[in-house]
Design a protein around this ligand. Structure first.
Ligand SMILES: NC(=O)c1ccc[n+]([C@@H]2O[C@H](COP(=O)([O-])OP(=O)(O)OC[C@H]3O[C@@H](n4cnc5c(N)ncnc54)[C@H](OP(=O)(O)O)[C@@H]3O)[C@@H](O)[C@H]2O)c1
Length: 252
């Protein structure tokens, strides 16, 4: 059975990716950051889909925690699947913080840099020995880096997601020697808990974003989770080094 590590799988896009991978026969290591309960809810959702998942804590902002995370991954693989490696790594965990350029603090800049770029970089480095030859990596980026829009407040977030898209290309080249494919998925506005659960707190946000989307609505987590699962599958075996916007045509 192929096994995937999905970071930020306790909510939204990561949870959907975990469930949709499970529906396609994958085992899943689902990471959570602030909410163990939501991590366990993902495990339950995977089990309802007929699959098997393990929830592990991971803070992408703390690289010093990565060796312990790797140890926990190795133990979970052995205990749960009798396995020693994974087929896929989905670098999805993240958070959004916005501020106008003139008001952006170094604290915000450094915090987002650790979580959105440094974290995925060094987590991938730490886990690379566990990823099988011929495996796959998917990085969740953002339409803030791919669409023509440059929404005020997103200068740090969008720049870091752009950095992750460029990093995707470099990873794809270096890891190709082992047959590992690396691609980026850039979601458009998607109804998740991102931004302190902004879509639930401010439901009026959705309508203008839907109007700016060619297909006429905002995204749902399953729209993105399906694309991640598809990129992980063998059907996508000849796709590497690509950034694919999955947004229903946001700002088209
Ligand atoms: N929703 C959108 O409109 C949208 C658009 C473009 C890109 N994205 C990207 O999609 C990815 C998933 O976000 P989402 O929309 O599904 O939001 P979400 O519902 O808030 O889920 C975010 C996930 O990331 C985890 N996380 C937060 N901080 C973390 C940290 N420091 N270390 C490790 N994990 C952390 C969360 O864990 P806990 O809940 O346990 O804290 C949660 O599992 C993010 O990279 C986001 O930037 C989202």
């Amino acid at each position: 059975m192929p096994i995937a590590i999905v970071t930020g799988a306790s909510s939204g896009i990561g949870r959907s990716a975990a469930v949709q991978l499970a529906e396609r026969g994958w085992g899943v290591i689902a990471t959570y950051a602030g909410s163990r309960d939501r991590g366990l809810e993902t495990v339950a959702a995977v089990e309802r889909a007929g699959g098997k998942a393990v929830a592990l804590p991971l803070d992408l902002g703390r690289t010093e925690g990565f060796p312990e995370f790797k140890r926990q991954v190795i133990a979970a693989l052995a205990d749960t699947w009798g396995a020693t490696g994974v087929t896929a790594l989905v670098n999805n965990g993240g958070r959004a913080r916005m501020a106008p350029f003139a008001e952006t603090t170094e604290e915000l800049f450094d915090d987002l840099t650790r979580v959105l770029l440094k974290g995925p970089y060094f987590l991938t480095q730490a886990l690379l020995p566990l990823i099988e030859d011929g495996g796959v990596i998917v990085n969740t980026t953002s339409s803030s880096a791919t669409s023509s829009e440059a929404a005020p407040g997103y200068s740090v977030y969008g720049s870091l997601k752009g950095g992750l898209i460029v990093l995707t290309r470099f990873m794809a080249k270096e890891f190709s020697a082992r047959g590992i494919r690396v691609n980026a998925i850039a979601p458009g506005p998607t109804r998740t808990r991102l931004g302190d659960n902004a879509f639930e707190r401010f439901p009026e946000l959705a309508e203008p974003l839907a109007r700016a989307t060619a297909l006429g609505r905002i995204g749902e987590p399953d729209d993105i989770g399906a694309a991640i699962a598809a990129l992980c599958s063998d059907e996508s075996r000849w796709i590497t080094a690509q950034s694919i916007e999955v947004s229903g045509g946001y700002q088209l």
